[in-house]
Structures are given as C-alpha cells and as structure tokens.
Design a protein around this ligand. Structure first.
Ligand SMILES: CC(C)(COP(=O)(O)OP(=O)(O)OC[C@H]1O[C@@H](n2cnc3c(N)ncnc32)[C@H](O)[C@@H]1OP(=O)(O)O)[C@@H](O)C(=O)NCCC(=O)NCCS
Length: 176
C-alpha cells in the first residue's frame, strides 16, 4: 500500500451526526493497542498482534499518513478508517486504486458507527479526488464487513483465495 497523494492533509476534523474523524494523536495510543491486540477484531484479519510487542513498538507520537483517520465518539477513539493506494494487490482490478479499510472496538459494533464513519471518509475522498473509484477487500466469511461493504455501495468484482481464506474484492464507482 502507498499513501494517497494529492489530498490536503491533515484535514480539519470531520464531524458526523455522532462521530468525529480526525488524525491520530498521542492520546489514542492505548486504544490503538487495544484494537490491534484484540483477537475478536482480528478474527478475519490474520490474527491479532501480541500486546507486549505492540507496547514496545507503537510510538508515543502516532504516524499520521494521508487517509489514516481515527474515529472518535464522545471524545474517545473507537476505531480507525483507512484510505490508502493499493499497490502490489493480489488482483489486477484493485492495483493502484484507493483502498478502504476499517476496524472498530467490539464494544462499538452494532450501532452503525462504522457505516457513519466510512460514509464520511468516502465523502471526504470524493471531495479531494473527484471521480476516484474505491476498492475494498474483505474475507467473505466476515459477515459484518460484507454487510457494511454493501451498505456503502460496494459491488462484487471477484472472489479469490489468499491468506488461507476466500477474499471478496468489491468496488464502489465514483459518485458523480
Ligand atoms: C467490520 C466492522 C467495522 C463492522 O462493524 P458494525 O458495527 O457491524 O458496522 P455497522 O456500522 O454496519 O453497524 C452494524 C449494525 O448496527 C445497527 N445499528 C444500530 N444502530 C444504528 C444506527 N443508529 N444507525 C445505523 N445502524 C445502526 C445496524 O442495524 C447494523 O446492523 P445490520 O448491518 O445487521 O443492519 C466491525 O465488525 C469490525 O471492526 N470488525 C473487525 C475489523 C474487520 O474485520 N475489518 C474488516 C477489514 S476490511
């Protein structure tokens, strides 16, 4: 994956009805570690990372690359929405396209926060890079993620085997 180029970064915080999307800050570190050490969050992402390894490796000041949004609810981080440029993707249809990823703390699931945050991030991208299609890869067994992809307007391009599971590649046509 490469960084998105040609976008204004850092952006002003993006406010939705219930959430704020903003760049990562030092105060997010503990939640970032919780998110990446959670076996539940990583069920379909190849397994969580060891907490002690994360405690050693995660910097005190976060890396803020374009498209790396922290999602905040009532002043605290609940997840991440990531937009990057897919490079070296396993599927030619995705290579070079903007690529959406998302992870939320389990206690924030089931309330529509991921839909709300991803919609805002996709709107932001459409404003920054008009006409960009967006791709998304998720395990087809990840039903919550599959439902979210559908709600966001992604349609199936193909399914393929990788990382020991069936993967679903979806694409969202540019909003005109
Ligand atoms: C994938 C993931 C982000 C989905 O989270 P989620 O909370 O299920 O996502 P949504 O925002 O779609 O919300 C789900 C439910 O909230 C419900 N909901 C409750 N209140 C709501 C509200 N006010 N507005 C909208 N939906 C609401 C919806 O009905 C929806 O359920 P449905 O899809 O069965 O209709 C989450 O499971 C996750 O972080 N998983 C781990 C990381 C991962 O696997 N990422 C995929 C990598 S590509």
């Amino acid at each position: 994956m490469d960084d998105l180029e040609g976008v204004v970064w850092p952006p002003e915080p993006i406010r939705t009805e219930r959430l704020v999307l903003r760049v990562p800050e030092a105060r997010d570190r503990a939640t970032f570690i919780d998110l990446h050490a959670s076996p539940e969050v990583h069920t379909y992402l190849g397994g969580a990372r060891a907490r002690d390894e994360l405690e050693r490796l995660v910097p005190e000041e976060p890396e803020g690359w374009p498209g790396n949004f922290v999602v905040e609810l009532d002043g605290a981080m609940i997840g991440q929405v990531l937009l990057r440029r897919a490079t070296g993707h396993q599927r030619p249809a995705a290579d070079g396209k903007a690529d959406l990823g998302y992870l939320f703390l389990p206690q924030a699931w089931g309330r529509g926060y991921a839909t709300e945050a991803c919609t805002a991030a996709l709107d932001w991208l459409a404003g920054e890079l008009p006409g960009e299609p967006v791709v998304l890869t998720t395990q087809s067994a990840n039903l919550g993620s599959m439902r979210l992809a559908e709600k966001l307007g992604f349609v199936e391009v193909e399914r393929f085997e990788a990382w020991d599971a069936e993967q679903w590649l979806g694409m969202r046509a540019p909003v005109r």
